[in-house]
Design a protein around this ligand. Sequence first.
Ligand code: SAM
Length: 238
Amino acid sequence: MDYSYQDALAFYGIGGAHPGGLTLTKQILKNEKLNEATKILDAGCGTGQTSAFLAKTYKCDVTAVDSHPIMIQKAKERFNYSNLEVKVIESSVESLPFKDESFDYIISESVVTFTNIKKTLPEYFRVLKNNGILISTDMTAEKSFKEEDLLKIKEVYSISNVLTEEQWLTAFQTAGFRKANVILMDTLYSHLLKETDHPEFKMSSYINPKLTEILFKHQQITNSFSKKIGYRTFKSIK
Ligand SMILES: C[S@@+](CC[C@H](N)C(=O)[O-])C[C@H]1O[C@@H](n2cnc3c(N)ncnc32)[C@H](O)[C@@H]1O
């Protein structure tokens, strides 16, 4: 069986699988107006760390979506264990099972990078209410890559490209968002120098060695291209 980077994250049960982890999420969310009336979609929720935080801290009406069945299972276990009412749906973000204008907010942390952007961003736009807000943290190219390096990155993450900040901003606008801004930015290099959260692990009972190899390759990429790969958190308004 061929395993992907997403499978490795799922079997290891890595929570907060985005740069900065929950610390970065909290930093971003504290500037937003969130309360019991807020309908928020955690798109590509992984093991549900951010959804749980939103439900506990802000009492939001949270829906968590992920396409990976193991992530969905681990997210459900987290919500059941903490007795949190989060709706959990297994679905691709490229085709969301919601009516138009269903959500006030979408949070999407390290997800769009791994999907078909041309399908995902219009879906986010569709299911947001007018004036709804998308907060999306995504991988960026800080400098150009040698062709063979870019190929390696694409292969390890099964992605079609690494966009620059400008290309991301254009993609949000093309999807229809009337405003798109960068609210946080960093390179992996300066990010690694900061002491941020260590990721959470909720490991499956059996881990195929191929999955460990994929995480090892991910670590190699992080180390080798830490000044060329970065991330941005974008805030886009419908
Ligand atoms: C890097 S992880 C981030 C998970 C979570 N947002 C977090 O920060 O911990 C990417 C997540 O996106 C999910 N994902 C990838 N492609 C997806 C798609 N097309 N639809 C829904 N989820 C997807 C993966 O299963 C994985 O849980």
